[in-house]
Design a protein around this ligand. Structure first.
Ligand SMILES: Nc1ncnc2c1ncn2[C@@H]1O[C@H](COP(=O)(O)OP(=O)(O)OP(=O)(O)O)[C@@H](O)[C@H]1O
Length: 339
């Protein structure tokens, strides 16, 4: 497999002069779940990408394609029936896939990788108010002194548009949107070099979506990086430098966001379908359903839904760092001849 460099990629925001090591380098990352009866679920297959200092990469794709499992693998939060292979290296040299639980708990989670979780209600401590959780996290991650911690907690809440008037509530007293904002405020506190935001805008109205993703984007100032996992393509378009499209556990396209959302548009037929399905675009759904991750075909997993599929698709298309498809979509509708 070739490297994940994208020839179209502009220098990431904040990358400054001279090359800096990536904040995260993922190579050949796969996750398999072992099921009863010896069955396996191939939740993530051979993921391959870099995340540069100052960059926001949006990871998009239909529900169940493996986005959250990939994030959990990076944080060592997979259940016991999961097996990982490949490599996920932080800029400081920490290999996330082999790091022990002690290292992950003490030095990685919260400090080197912040997480805005997909299910904030489950992530917040149920018996402590939001204020108590913010104050505790501030003391632990930033060493804020007792005398300064109350205003610091209020500032942390404001960063995620969490209203000060709700700080003394318990998680069960929060709406889904407020729990989301509390979890975002907690994730931002450590100013970790890498922030993973897994569906950070669920339950928020459009105005709050924009404020939240703008704040997440600001996290990348000062050479930090953001991996934004989202269904919300408008949010991705608003803040991402690059887009990684995942289908049935594989990254099938990695593209510069301007190219992807603008002209000439995506290269992969699935990515085209995702954009065409948007109400503000053609509003045409992709026909059919994604395959079961426990029974993937040998060739291209999208072929059964793809109008361009032919005999070549019986062979799995290799990912060349920007695309995994035998039928690259070009702006003029022509297909280039591939070796
Ligand atoms: N513990 C587990 N055991 C077996 N399969 C699992 C387990 N956890 C997740 N999966 C499967 O892995 C696949 C990928 O799930 P994942 O949650 O990563 O999808 P996703 O792309 O994040 O979806 P969504 O956007 O809905 O969150 C799904 O088919 C899911 O059923």
């Amino acid at each position: 497999m070739s490297t994940a460099s994208d020839s179209d990629t502009k220098p990431p925001v904040g990358s400054g002069p001279g090359p800096k090591p990536p904040v995260l380098s993922v190579r050949g990352l796969s996750v398999r779940f072992r099921m009863r009866g010896g069955r396996h679920i191939a939740a993530v297959s051979d993921a391959h990408f870099d995340l540069a200092a100052g960059e926001c990469l949006a990871l998009v794709g239909e529900s169940g394609c493996g986005k959250s499992v990939l994030a959990s693998a990076l944080l060592g939060l997979l259940p016991g029936n999961a097996r990982t292979s490949g490599s996920a290296l932080l800029g400081d040299g920490t290999e996330l896939l082999t790091a022990g639980e002690r290292t992950l708990a003490r030095t990685v989670r919260g400090r080197r990788i912040g997480l805005v979780p997909q299910s904030p209600a489950a992530h917040l401590t149920p018996v402590r108010t939001v204020r108590a959780q913010l104050e505790e996290t501030l003391r632990e991650l930033t060493g804020t002194r007792r005398s300064a911690v109350r205003p610091a907690a209020e500032r942390a809440a404001a960063r995620a548009s969490f209203p000060a008037g709700h700080l003394d509530r318990y998680p069960h007293e929060l709406s889904g949107g407020l729990a989301q904002r509390a979890a975002t405020a907690l994730a931002l506190i450590g100013d970790a070099p890498l922030l993973l935001a897994d569906e950070p805008t669920t339950g928020l109205d459009r105005d709050l979506v924009e404020r939240t993703v703008d704040e997440l984007r600001r996290h990348t100032d000062g050479d930090r990086a953001l991996l934004l996992i989202t269904h919300d393509l408008a949010a991705a378009e608003r803040i991402a430098d690059r887009v990684a499209v995942m289908y049935a556990g594989r990254i099938v396209e990695l593209a510069d966001a301007q190219r992807f959302f603008g002209q000439p548009g995506p290269r992969h037929p699935y990515a085209h379908g995702l954009l065409d399905a948007l109400p503000e675009r053609a509003f045409v759904p992709i026909p059919g359903m994604p395959p079961e991750l426990g029974a993937l075909p040998e060739g291209c997993a999208f072929a059964a839904r793809c109008g361009r599929a032919d005999d070549r698709c019986a062979v799995l298309p290799p990912f060349d760092g920007r695309l995994a498809c035998h039928h690259e979509v070009r702006a003029d509708g022509e297909e280039p001849v591939r070796a």
